[in-house]
Design a protein around this ligand. Structure first.
Ligand code: SF4
Length: 916
């Protein structure tokens, strides 16, 4: 039997340990995954995305061979094309005419060589990363406050805190395992208070003792108000401030001037004064406070100031470097932190050294023995693509990311790549919005095939290990960068033959000239042998000092030496932290009569980034199967749209089509839109195309949380859906989306062209042209309803349902029919009638992705089997009993059922088919 391989989840910054077991030593073989009980981040837990990792493996859609101008080629030809192209452009236009755009999905070793090549050998700092889009503001704030990009908090601190403030973080969906740790801590210690600061009522608010639903973009005023309140109420730690900080007086003066009155702050933030006062008092009275912040803070044209306004409150109270206390920026990506450690941003150097300091540049150049070193910051992500559009940057290598979907003003990014002389894309996926524009495509090894390290949000370095062979000609990203470097004439710096060699050099550089001047020092790992590196257990830095090692069975566990800043020493030259005076300012683009709503983009529970990986998992696609936007019911009425209808969302930069929801979670004046859908899964739903190009002036992070927008009806003559075991060619649809299912593909369709007779259209769509095939059909021209199904030997092959309205049959019921080897007469009747002939087969929309439990099944558990708690529902149906990501939704259904009064009724639907 194959032994499980210890590796790390490739999704969010929690960095959960995974045990992966491959069924056979071939790519695409059956793989099972489980949480690693020994990993300190998750202790065996996985969220819905992590639990479904095995579904995302396999060779379907993989890029398996290098391609040059759309034709398969060999590695030598492809690498020569990249090296020659970059060399030619550098010779003609200088090093700043080329760029790398990389990813927080890369492993640290990949990142290290890419950064070394660009900054030390090409001689430009034009390497930026998609991490710019999620946490660059936190990096900039750390540098301003601490003198180094150091996250001072660890996950255990959340469990020992008395107050956790979750600011701009839908932790329940975006960092689910961490959220479950908070839920667990609160269950053990009910006195632990949780405050959620977010304009939306997200699922995270389910555990909140207090939800501060502030006006979007008003965070600086809120935290300035807190700073002044803390000062006024004697919560400042005078001794700490005097011994370890600078700038408090100016910060307080600005706080008083801008937010010195609680009532005025409440009005500015559109929060009830008593809610604000309660938050301030809680904070003042809780010495052990962690403020966890994420994209809701960072993704703003004032993101750096927002982060500093939070840090100021912790510096004032001395709540940093102590157990259960500190400002905690949590990263979105699995290796955003590793990228920061190697300096893989256009504004940083390597090993937490600074581009702007000549002695640091000399240190790095000397260490590398490189011919040059970048002397000035390079282009940050948005500026980089603008420079490509302006043809100042003429060659770009995009590694492991999909900027045509994820960047703001994404249509402009697409246009930029169309104008670019040389676009190189290394990816494991063949067809993305970005690979479509590549001149050279390089097949990358995927998760489960590559070796290296990642660093999670609490500075814990873990191994990603291979448990499958790389298929076709896929190779590691570090290998590609090294081979291109060699071809460009830089053989000496890139003789690496393994990720272990790269990691050892990275660790040595972190210690070079350090002697305590930088917190990031993993020099203790520089001497790892290849076998040590292979066996490396999760290890959190800082490592220098007296951390030591201990054995757990055959494993060596390294203890972190010390908590950052525990000694009150920061990394500015004088060893003191800085208060940063933060003046509140409005988002870059304000709403107006034409665009009266604020668009806020974000993630949903079961999707990751641009769906290139999670879109392959049928179970992950079921929770939110098509693009949607969420709007307040009154704003919907005002816009003349209703829930369930298709709407068009427009901004000055683009438009998308999506299904309208009015969940009640979004306040007046706001729209929430998930960021994930790409052109492979929907006709017109790239939300990045809506987002303004505004960025934070310090960090360059885009303002994904605040773009003026409007909503209008998307008028169509018909709506419908097709389910098919095979891909279909969509014709005559004005809007469409695709959802892979367990047994069939689901296409949501809508169109403007109406056919008098739908039958030929449907037969062509479902590839059922043979007049003799088993074809069931119902048409009512008077009301525009049409249904058809194609069966092969009694098994449902495909079906289509059309109506002028969105009130179409249950997809859950129909997709269930695809799981049956043959349909019985009642099933066939149901197809014609557009509803199940039995009353017990529609489990409803999927709520629990781990166990595919639908809404109707949960309702039935409440109504019929008297479940009165989420735990009882879990016992009956297993729903919510794995990762817990759906628990807040289950609680919502439970509450609604009990409040509706129907929970005692006997006349309800029972669900026994496919529910759990
Ligand atoms: S919380 Fe989920 S997505 Fe994040 S690392 Fe853990 S399993 Fe992966």
């Amino acid at each position: 039997m194959t032994m499980p391989v210890r590796t790390t989840c490739p999704y969010c910054g929690v960095g959960c340990g995974v045990l992966a077991t491959a069924g056979a030593a071939t790519a695409g073989a059956a793989v099972s995954v489980a949480g690693d009980p020994l990993h300190p981040a998750n202790a065996g837990r996985l969220c819905s995305k992590g639990s479904a990792l095995a579904d995302t493996l396999g060779l379907d859609g993989r890029l398996l061979r290098p391609r040059l101008h759309g034709q398969d080629t060999d590695w030598d030809t492809a690498l020569d094309a990249v090296a020659d192209g970059f060399r030619r452009i550098i010779d003609a236009h200088g090093p700043d005419a080329v760029a790398f755009y990389v990813s927080g999905q890369l492993l640290t070793e990949d990142y290290y060589v890419a950064n070394k090549l660009m900054k030390g050998y090409i001689g430009s700092a034009n390497i930026d990363t998609n991490s710019r889009l999620c946490m660059a503001s936190a990096v900039a704030a750390h540098l301003r406050a601490f003198g180094e990009d150091v996250v001072p908090v660890s996950y255990e601190d959340l469990e020992s805190a008395d107050l956790i403030v979750l600011a701009g973080s839908n932790t329940a969906w975006c960092h689910p395992v961490l959220y479950q740790r908070i839920v667990g801590a609160k269950a053990r210690r009910p006195e632990l208070k949780v405050v959620v600061i977010d304009p939306r009522r997200t699922p995270t608010a389910a555990i909140a003792d207090l939800h501060v639903a502030l006006k979007a973009g008003s965070d600086v005023a809120l935290f300035n108000g807190l700073l002044w309140y803390l000062h006024q109420h004697g919560a400042g730690d005078r001794e700490f401030i005097e011994a370890h900080t600078r700038g408090v007086d100016h910060a307080l003066a600005v706080a008083e001037n801008t937010a010195g009155n609680v009532a005025a702050v409440a009005k500015h933030c559109r929060v009830a004064p008593d809610v604000l006062e309660e938050f301030y008092a809680l904070f003042a009275g809780s010495p052990r406070t962690v403020t966890l912040f994420s994209q809701g803070v960072n993704q703003s044209s004032a993101g750096t100031d927002k982060a500093n306004s939070i840090i100021n409150c912790h510096l004032l109270t001395g709540r940093i470097g102590r157990p259960g206390a500190g400002p905690f920026s949590i990263t979105g990506q699995p290796n955003a932190m590793g990228g920061r450690e190697v300096g893989g941003l256009a504004t940083t150097l390597a090993a937490h050294l600074e581009l702007g300091r000549a002695e640091h540049r000399a240190l790095v150049q000397g260490f590398w023995g490189s011919p040059t070193i970048a002397a000035a910051p390079g282009l940050k992500a948005v500026d980089l693509f603008e420079s490509i559009h302006a043809r100042r940057v003429k060659a770009v290598w995009i590694a492991g990311t999909n900027p045509v979907v994820s960047l703001p003003n994404a249509n402009r990014a697409r246009a930029a790549l169309r104008r670019c002389e040389l676009v190189v894309v290394s990816d494991c996926v063949a067809d993305t919005d970005t690979t479509a524009l590549a001149h050279v495509l390089l097949p990358a090894a995927a998760w489960g095939e590559k070796e290296g390290t990642v660093t999670n949000s609490e500075r814990c370095i873990s191994r990603q290990r291979a448990f499958l062979p790389a298929p076709g000609e896929a190779r590691a990203d570090w290998w590609m960068f090294c081979r291109v470097a060699e071809r460009m004439g830089f053989r000496d710096g890139f003789r690496f033959q393994s990720p272990h060699e790269i990691f050892a050099e990275h660790a040595r550089l972190s210690a070079a000239g350090n002697d305590g001047s930088r917190a990031f020092d993993i020099g203790a790992l520089a001497g790892l042998t290849c076998a040590d590196y292979e066996a490396l257990t999760p290890v959190r830095w800082p490592l220098s000092g007296a951390g030591g090692e201990r054995s757990e069975g055959e494993r060596v566990v390294r203890e972190p030496a010390a908590r950052p800043f525990a000694d009150g020493r920061f990394y500015h030259a004088d060893g003191r932290a800085r208060f940063v005076a933060t003046v509140p300012r409005a988002p870059m683009y304000d709403i107006d009569g034409e665009y009266p709503l604020v668009l806020n983009t974000g993630r949903i529970r079961d999707q990751w980034h641009t769906m290139t990986r999670t879109g392959r998992s049928a179970r992950l696609m079921q929770h939110a199967p098509e693009p949607f936007v969420d709007l307040h019911a009154q704003d919907a009425r005002h816009a003349g749209v209703r829930p369930g209808e298709l709407v068009q969302v427009s901004t000055r930069w683009g438009s998308v089509v999506a299904r309208l929801r009015c969940s009640g979670d979004v306040g007046r004046g706001m729209i929430f839109a998930p960021m994930h859908w790409n052109s492979q899964y929907a006709g017109d739903a790239r939300v990045g195309s809506l987002v303004s190009p505004a960025v934070d002036p310090v960090s360059g992070e885009p303002e994904f949380k605040h773009t003026p927008a409007r909503v209008a009806p998307f008028v169509v003559a018909w709506q419908g859906f097709a389910l098919s075991r095979r891909r279909v060619l969509i014709r005559d649809a004005t809007a469409w989306s695709l959802t892979p299912g367990a047994h069939c593909l689901r296409y949501e369709l809508a169109g403007r062209r109406v056919f008098g007779n739908w039958s030929p259209w449907a037969r062509r769509l479902l590839e059922a042209d043979d007049p003799a095939c088993d074809w069931i059909e119902y048409s009512d021209r008077s009301i525009g309803v049409y249904r058809a199904a194609h069966l092969v030997e009694g098994r449902l092959e495909a079906c289509v349902f059309l109506s002028p309205r969105p009130d179409l049959p249950s997809r859950t019921w129909l997709t269930g029919l695809f799981g049956k080897p043959t349909l019985d007469p009642q099933d066939r009747c149901g197809l014609l009638a557009g509803r199940p002939a039995r009353s017990n087969v529609d489990t409803g929309d999927i709520v629990c992705a781990c166990f595919s439990v639908g809404r109707n099944s949960i309702r039935a558990a409440v109504r019929e089997r008297k479940a009165r708690s989420a735990a009882e529902i879990g016992r009956q149906l297993r729903a919510g009993s794995n990762c817990g990501s759906c628990l807040s939704e289950i609680s919502g259904i439970l509450t609604a059922e009990l409040e509706s009064g129907s929970a005692g009724s006997a006349d309800v639907v029972t669900c026994t088919y496919g529910g759990s």
